[in-house]
Ligand binder design. Sequence first.
Ligand code: ADP
Length: 174
Amino acid sequence: IFHFTKGKGTSLNNIIAVCPGSFDPVTVGHIDIIHRAASMFSKVVVVVMKNTAKSPLFTAEERAQMIRESTTDLPNVTVDVFDGLLADYTKAIGAGAIVKGLRAMSDFEYEFQMALTNKKLNPNTETVFFTTKAEYMYLSSSMVKQVGSFGGDISDFVPESIHQKVIERLERKL
Ligand code: ADP
């Protein structure tokens, strides 16, 4: 049993994981998932999907830059921008896992459908779900935008390093 467990642990460590999303903007909920993925997989690529957000607050490159600024403490995390099918991306970089955060049951149906589709398109990549931290259960990028646009305090919702940037952009949009 010991050898079996040990062997499994080693193989997990050689897996590249991808954390996809729109991250418009990145929240502390996203950062928590990225941290947990980084401690489990040897390499994590956060992929800002260009095509997901309809009318984004930030450009994909801006969103990627904000994630970079918020993950400088994680040497095995890189950030990329991609426009296309996630299954093509995971195939191209040889990713073994897609890591997603699951908040409520309402996330489940959509995420389950996405996971099955991605598995069909690229059978070599497994989708793994991390349970959200209880205090981030309610947190989403759209909630941050809504609260911030009405002048509400978003300092507990987004990383400190990007807080001001988000407020300024929301003010400019009004
Ligand atoms: P959002 O739903 O906030 O717009 P994205 O579409 O960018 O986020 O989501 C990227 C990934 O992060 C998804 O897997 C999503 O389930 C996960 N995620 C988003 N917010 C949280 C959170 N508060 N806790 C855990 N996972 C989250």
